[in-house]
Design a binder for this molecule. Sequence first.
Ligand code: SF4
Ligand code: SF4
Ligand code: SF4
Length: 274
Amino acid sequence: MGKVMIIDLAICNGCYNCQIACKDEHVVNDWAPIARPQPDTGQFWTKVTDMVRGSVPKVQVTYHHSICQHCDEAPCIEACPEQAIYKRPDGIVILDPDKCRGHQLCIPACPYPGVIYFNHDLNIAQKCTFCAHLIDKGWKETRCSDACPTGAFTFGDEEDFKEVIAKAELLKPELPTRPRVYYLNLPKKWIAGEVFDKEADECAEDVTVTATNPATGKKCATRTDGYGDFWLKDLADGSYDIQVEKAGYVTQKLGPVDVTKEDVNLGEIALVKA
Ligand code: SF4
Ligand code: SF4
Ligand code: SF4
């Protein structure tokens, strides 16, 4: 029965409890042959990074979680000449601290940056163990999932999460690594702004704003609210042409607006009467 982890980014509030619980479990404590002690600084086997997106006043904060994906087809296993990394029957990928000889070849082989750390004092690579030392004692949760107050971090048997997994996403889904960490509500890009009536000098409500990706033909449309605000959400990476229109006004065309690297706040857009 394979173990899986599911991280719901819509309900993560960035409290860092998961990150702290991992340190509480692994710093100083020696869980060999599963793991040697994690150093008290510099390593975060689960790492929360807050991302401030957009610009004032259209700002959103989301959290990224970096953790070993316990891949079923793990390139790190192939890269280790000492056969120090192995997959257990329950799907957990363990980096055996007693077999590791410090070659560090697993680190660049892993396609998920920053999940394997190197411990210079012990001359070994280290990473998340899915708390296998606790699972082997009958624990149902890992320390990080147990510590999460919102239920954003869940851990368990694959069979019990079939429905959730069916609608979950993967990091780097294009890779053949078959990760055991699933994500819900991975942040998608957005374009936001506010529209106002220039002559009346007031917010323009019920204006239709449409983003069109000329490369794919995909469209996303929304309407401004009572404050003239709009958010075009869940956009795929790419460039968009923006059209702002309302009956009785001159249609505004903006763009291209590229959201490949970051979300975009277009700021104020003035509409003038036709
Ligand atoms: S995420 Fe990286 S370290 Fe973890 S199993 Fe996959 S390849 Fe190995
Ligand atoms: S599963 Fe255990 S080892 Fe992995 S990040 Fe969570 S607490 Fe740390
Ligand atoms: S403990 Fe839960 S809510 Fe807090 S940062 Fe971790 S996943 Fe997010």
